[in-house]
Design a protein around this ligand. Structure first.
Ligand code: FES
Length: 502
């Protein structure tokens, strides 16, 4: 995000109409907007914050059809055709990035690289041999190897040739420029808080401005308008990332991920002085679980410096991903959204190829000529469970209520120990006046208090001590210490509380 500034756009201030409204400006949203603008439709993009500042702005930027070990699983659970469609669609997305970058003249540091999924323990070898065979059977140039280019030994790896890595924001900068050149409109700082499906659909922004659009695409990572039907089938995790300069001679020349627990993901990117930026991901945790994320960063840093002694770490960040219960992204018509509302979510950490794939897939649905793999990704594949949406919704509410009640019973009273003992940089959830209250002490010693009840479906938030955010364990909403929404699906801030009462 520091190395690729995108243009700024003003918030929407007056009512508008378009053929297509896209909510969310990550790679899925902007790719969809670009496909449809290129097809001649009028397009509006709404972004609650800054363009591509969510998951896309924090990705490690791999473009690959090798998603850890998805093919053996897909073949056994959904059959050979599903596995082949998955490989074909992800490979097509990879090629599409090359084609679009070439067509638009985008310099986005596209580099061809092999993708490898490796294991360090011998007991992981058989599964990777099976994955190599499954990946080969669906047409990928895959093999089982024991040499990887990594500066440490592995027990084995699946290697797929002709994959790639890129700078996602430089790529999206090119798409944004072309969307505008084709008459598209983009509004930042514009949170859409209401969606009424129909023909046309009606949107309402937080500022009360209304928009009508024939088609709406919900590309907000975790969908903000799904009435909890998809939310009950998405799990979320956050990954920590550290990065720093590595001498070019020590570049392992591939993109790597572990297949076993204690995940690590590794790639490098070019730096202007000819060295490489080593990017290492790991220490995944469930947002809102109360994990000690500062300790997670320390472990990831220690692992990176031990495995790559030449690295000089200088950056760290985190990214959030969600996964569908059957590991395949949910892309297509929103099951509860009528005929004209589409969704793209559940990329399981593979949202760069997945987001580009979603752009072409939703584009094909909107113009009425679905791609052949549309059924694989159709969110309605959840079948009977989607049809029983009210029961699922109730179950979700019950879960949330129980979660609140159970946690409430264990909360300390905010008028004594827990708040008094908070050190600068720490946060805790306590009971204050019988209500759960999230309290943070900043570096100056000042207390900040907000309601601890998530405004999405009512679970209790917990503190992330490295990022200093309040996070919800149920569907991954994140809030600043002032209660403002950092990441949905929540649309409303946490209520402010008077810290003087604590
Ligand atoms: Fe759904 Fe918090 S209850 S994100």
């Amino acid at each position: 995000m520091q190395s690729a500034a995108l243009a700024s756009f003003a918030p929407l201030s007056q009512s508008a109409e378009a053929d297509v409204a896209v909510i969310g400006s990550g790679i899925a949203g902007l790719s969809t907007a670009w496909e449809l603008a290129r097809a001649g439709l009028s397009v509006i993009v709404f972004e609650a914050n800054r363009l591509a500042s969510g998951v896309t702005g924090h990705t490690t930027g791999k473009l690959t059809a090798l998603h850890t070990s998805v093919y053996a699983t897909l073949r056994s659970k959904r059959g050979d055709e599903a596995a082949r469609y998955y490989a074909d669609s992800q490979s097509a997305a990879l090629r599409h990035v090359f084609d679009v970058a070439s067509e638009l003249g985008i310099d986005c540091e596209l580099e061809g690289r092999p993708a490898l999924t490796y294991c360090e323990q011998p007991d992981g070898v058989e599964a990777l041999r099976a994955e190599a065979e499954a990946a080969r059977s669906v047409g990928l140039d895959a093999s089982f190897v024991t040499e990887t280019g990594l500066p440490f030994p592995v027990a084995g790896a699946v290697r797929v040739e002709n994959q790639a890595q890129f700078h996602p924001l430089k790529y999206l900068r090119g798409l944004v420029e072309d969307i505008i050149a084709r008459g598209g409109r983009i509004y930042e700082g514009t949170r859409v808080t209401r969606l009424d499906d129909g023909d046309p659909c009606r949107l309402t922004t937080e500022a009360g401005v209304s928009v009508s659009a024939r088609h709406v695409v919900v590309a907000t990572h975790h969908p903000v308008f799904d009435h909890a039907v998809l939310a009950s089938r998405l799990t979320q995790h956050r990954d920590l990332v550290v990065a720093g300069a590595l001498p070019a001679a020590q570049d392992p020349q591939g993109m790597y991920i572990t297949a076993e627990g204690g995940k690590r993901s590794v790639r490098t990117a070019p730096l202007s002085d000819g060295s490489r930026l080593l990017i290492v991901t790991g220490e995944a945790f469930t947002p809102g679980s109360g994990e000690d994320t500062a300790a997670g960063y320390a472990r990831l840093q220690a692992w990176t410096e031990q495995r790559f002694p030449g690295v000089t770490l200088s950056r760290r960040w985190a990214a959030q991903d969600n996964s569908s219960t059957d590991t395949v992204p949910l892309v297509g018509r929103l099951p509860t959204g009528g005929e004209n509302v589409y969704v793209a979510t559940g990329f399981a950490g593979w949202g760069m190829t997945g987001g580009v794939m979603a752009g072409t897939l939703i584009g094909s649905l909107v113009v009425g000529s679905p791609q052949r793999w549309a059924g694989l990704y159709d969110p309605a594949r959840l079948g009977s469970s989607v049809r029983s949406a009210p029961e699922f919704l109730k179950a979700q509410w019950d879960t949330g209520k129980h979660f609140v009640k159970d946690r409430l019973d264990t909360l300390g009273d905010g008028t004594n120990g827990p708040v008094r003992d908070l050190r600068p940089g720490e946060g805790t959830v306590v009971r204050a006046g019988g209500k759960p209250c999230a309290v943070h002490r900043d570096d100056q010693g000042e207390l900040h208090a907000v309601s601890a009840v998530c405004t999405h479906l009512g679970c209790l938030v917990a503190f992330n001590n490295a990022e200093r955010t309040w996070e919800c364990p149920c569907h991954g909403s994140r809030f600043g210490i002032d209660g403002q929404v950092v990441q949905g699906p929540a649309l409303s801030p946490l209520e402010r509380r008077d810290a003087g009462d604590l």
